[in-house]
Design a protein around this ligand. Structure first.
Ligand code: BGC
Ligand code: BGC
Length: 767
């Protein structure tokens, strides 16, 4: 089915307000008298339980465990129809095909979208599987809770990952992960397909906003914080995190989602793999495979990625799940398999444990069975995957606690953690221009005009993957605060806030206003639909801002978007605030910064292209022989940019040891000061450069960072450690694939903005 058609059907789903979820009434099969198998004993070790269960399973049951099916296959007429469960469809998926996992992809929720109904829906699936499967094996239920429990109406919507990237705050990202896991668990779900650890450098790519940005260390650090947050939330029920999309999904060749990419081994090893590794090392229980192809091989069929790197080099022991329909895609899209059995065999032999099928349970059962009969896959290999999947189920406590109390879900989810979401949105605001101190809005401002359609659009403010796959579906009201509402709430008595709804109206009102806030942005979308060959502000929005500038009155531009947009005619307003896609608390956060209740602390985790066509744009651009701005890094706003209402200075960098061995960490002390009259949080980044190196080195590479709170006038010395691995690169000629090593030589560490006048540096010799 074409992706568009599927999208339309998703929308129908949400509006199909039919009967509430019905639990099929099927008597549970009693355990056989006298037999109390080890796998049912909660006191036995997980490995014993897995071994015991595995030896009781038939080949068909094992195959089923490796299959993940969409919940919609069990509803209505077993097609994509949503609504109430149908017993015969449940039997087909959960008993006849013994599917080990169920997914609500991109918003496939209950007919009436409430947390309680989600919990009841998941419980119903779980109960059917536990009661009716021969060995009473619970399913793993998966969902994309990528910015809060975003599919569930009423759940708190956090900023999208790109905004979280601009916080440079692992503690906050961890807390948001834990909050998300609590909401996910309250609806009975055990598996979260987050975080995204992809590196995004091409602003045209539709999934740019789902990443933490362009830098390997920043992305890896935040992704690992998210993993720990999601998996560490202790409650009655645990939730597994997923590191996705392994590996190199952020490198589509032409900027379009899922288009094959070609990357050198050096780039793969030094730039793309490290962020996934950091998140895997944080203990992620699962990894999802890149839907695309790298260097002529679909990731789903790559033994190199899924086994050599992930298992052998990194020691990952968890579950590897494919992305949406990607095993079949080996046959139907990539043509590297002649039929489905061959496709399944390729993926499984590469190292895949579970296929996100997600529509054809019978097809998968038949396909893998045929692959076994044709000796394409061994039962031993199947046992290995099934053992990993069962291990995950036991570790999550599913056999002991397969259900949640649905009646508590609403109270646990609706409005939970809004203060945290507001803090996240606050910290993600990046102030990029503040000419003449136009911000924060002072007491002399008596009339504020709020212009731009995005000022009052909660759906686009939340972005894709919110309630629905492509964003909030028509007819659904997302709870939250828009920028207009936030400004109205925050404006002091005596200040009038005028909403201008047309460009003409805005310009007319701006004439006698003290300030105009114009909110621009882009439409919510997801995956390929969000690709943008010209990532720039639309012509009508540029014209609106141009007209406002022409009034001569101060203008502050607020951008609600999932990527930096070339501003064109809209460039050059006195104020510029990048708000990203800040979620349900976004309106409060924007107002917090505009009125100065919050001192902005966000720093760009992504470079802002100056011209359309500059993409991909990223700060780690390698040096070349053309020195002009067009051929080197010349961002409108560089990676790490961001202003505050106080002043900061980076005063010094001192290396504890000026000579180290390649296997040693480098320890640095950075002196920083708050030179202004307001307290604030400062992001302290340290970059490395090599005056001379064997292979090209970028003029700056982030190797350490932290955030510090500094009172007005305060000075602090911050200690940062650069682990040796961060200096390692792939040596050798163009074909480089050898192990990464730290080359001896001189390394220069800069704190603050690399290349900026007066930025302090320290030099360390690596022997
Ligand atoms: C996306 C994944 C997501 C999956 C399930 C896929 O299309 O690429 O990120 O986890 O769908 O919804
Ligand atoms: C998405 C899923 C989504 C589905 C909607 C897929 O491509 O990845 O998450 O539910 O399409 O039709």
């Amino acid at each position: 089915m074409p992706r568009n058609a599927r999208r339309l059907r998703t929308r129908t789903l949400v509006t199909l307000a039919t009967a509430a979820t019905c639990v099929a009434a099927v008597a549970s099969v009693p355990a056989q008298a006298g037999d109390s198998p080890t796998y049912t004993n909660p006191n036995a070790s997980v490995s014993h339980r897995v071994k015991d269960l595995l030896k009781r399973m038939t080949l068909d049951e094992k195959i089923g465990q490796m299959d993940q099916i969409s919940v919609v296959r069990m509803q209505g007429d077993c097609e994509w129809s949503g609504g109430a469960f149908t017993e015969s469809c449940m039997k087909d998926v959960l008993v006849d095909n013994a599917a080990g996992s169920v997914i609500s992809g991109g918003g496939a929720g209950p007919a009436v979208n409430t947390p309680e109904n989600w919990a009841a829906m998941v419980n119903a699936v779980q109960k059917y599987a536990v009661d009716n499967s021969r060995l009473h094996i619970p399913v793993l239920y998966g969902v994309d809770a990528v910015h809060g429990h975003n599919n569930v109406l009423g759940a708190t919507v956090f900023p999208q990952e790109i905004g979280m990237g601009s916080t440079w705050d692992p503690g906050l990202v961890g807390a948001a992960g834990a909050a998300t896991a609590r909401a996910v668990a309250a609806t009975g779900i055990d598996w979260n397909f987050a975080p995204v650890a992809d590196i995004a450098r091409d602003q045209r790519w539709g999934r740019y906003y789902e990443t933490y940005g362009e830098d390997p260390l920043l992305s890896g650090t935040l992704a690992s914080a998210a993993v720990k947050g999601v998996q560490g939330a202790h409650g009655a029920k645990s939730v597994a995190a997923t590191v996705k999309h392994f590996a190199g999904y952020g490198e589509p060749g032409n900027g379009h989602d899922r288009v094959p990419g070609d990357v050198s081994m050096r780039y793969l090893q030094d730039t793309l793999l490290p962020s996934y590794k950091q998140a895997v090392d944080a203990g992620a229980m699962s990894v999802m495979v890149n839907s695309g192809a790298i260097n002529g091989v679909p990731a789903t069929a790559s033994h190199y990625l899924l086994t050599d790197v992930l298992r052998k080099q990194w020691g990952f022991t968890g579950v590897v799940v494919s992305d949406w329909q990607d095993v079949r895609a080996l046959q139907t899209s990539y043509h590297v398999a002649a039929d489905y059995p061959e496709a399944i065999a390729k993926a499984v032999n590469a190292g895949l444990d579970m296929a996100m099928e997600p529509y054809d349970a019978q097809g998968f059962t038949d396909g893998l069975k045929a692959a076994v009969q044709r000796h394409l896959v061994s039962v031993k290999r199947i046992d290995q995957s099934v053992a990993r999947i069962l291990t995950m189920k036991f570790e999550l406590g599913l056999f002991e606690h397969p259900y949640v109390d649905a009646s508590k879900a609403d109270a646990r989810v609706i409005g939970a953690d809004t203060a945290l979401a507001r803090r996240a949105a606050d910290e993600s605001q990046v102030l990029l221009r503040n000419e003449g101190g136009v911000l924060p809005i002072g007491p002399s401002v008596k009339k504020i005009v709020v212009a731009g359609s995005y000022a009052d659009d909660i759906d686009d403010q939340a972005g894709g993957w919110t309630v629905g796959w492509q964003g909030v579906p028509d007819g659904v009201t997302l709870p939250g605060t828009t920028v207009l509402e936030g400004i109205r709430e925050a404006a002091p008595a005596g200040t009038s806030v005028i909403r201008a709804t047309s460009a003409a109206d805005a310009a007319a009102e701006a004439g006698d206003a003290d300030l105009t806030v114009v909110v621009v942005g882009e439409k919510a979308a997801a995956e390929g639909t969000a690709d943008s060959p010209r990532p720039e502000l639309s012509a009508d929005q540029q014209a609106l801002v141009k007209a406002l500038k022409a009034t001569g009155k101060p203008v502050v531009t607020v951008v609600l978007a999932g990527r930096p947009l070339v501003l064109g005619d809209a460039d050059g307003t006195q104020g510029l605030l990048m708000s990203w896609l800040p979620g349900s608390e976004g309106g409060h956060a924007v107002a917090d910064v505009l009125f100065g209740t919050v001192n902005p602390s966000g720093r760009l985790s992504a470079s802002w292209p100056r011209h359309t066509g500059d993409e991909p744009m990223y700060y780690q651009q390698l040096p070349g022989t053309n020195a002009g701005p067009e051929s080197s890094y010349d961002a409108a706003y560089r990676f790490g940019a961001g202003l505050s209402y106080t002043g900061y200075s980076f005063d010094s960098v001192t290396a504890r040891d000026t000579t180290v061995r390649g296997r040693d960490a480098v320890s640095l002390a950075v002196g920083v000061s708050n030179t202004g009259d307001r307290a604030g949080d400062l992001v302290v980044p340290v970059y490395v450069a090599q005056p001379s190196s064997d292979v090209l080195a970028p003029p700056a590479k982030l190797v350490a960072f932290t955030r510090v709170h500094l009172d007005a006038g305060e000075h602090a010395a911050v200690t940062l450690t650069v682990p040796p691995g961060l200096l390692a690169v792939t040596p050798g000629d163009i074909d480089g694939s050898g192990p990464r090593t730290v080359a001896p030589g001189t390394y220069t560490f800069t704190a603050g903005t690399p290349g900026a006048e007066g930025a302090p540096t320290a030099t360390v010799a690596v022997r």
